[in-house]
Design a protein around this ligand. Sequence first.
Ligand SMILES: [Zn+2]
Length: 79
Amino acid sequence: MMKKFEYCFLCSGVLVGQQVTKIQTWKGELVGIIENVPAWVCNQCGERYYDAPTLEKIDVLLSKREQPKKNLIVPAYEF
Ligand SMILES: [Zn+2]
């Protein structure tokens, strides 16, 4: 993966390449959780940045509506 970003736009922290679990929502509804997504994570504030091809792949994954690897039941709370 090419390093497109070096520093966090929010706090200027250093971005570190990590595999994260991305929670994808659409109009307030949870549409899917994608595991092991490559991301750049700020070492100060935790903000995540994704490469364009990564976001495209997520779109494809969700739009194909393939059988997911597993289904989760996730409790949701109002803060
Ligand atoms: Zn930051």
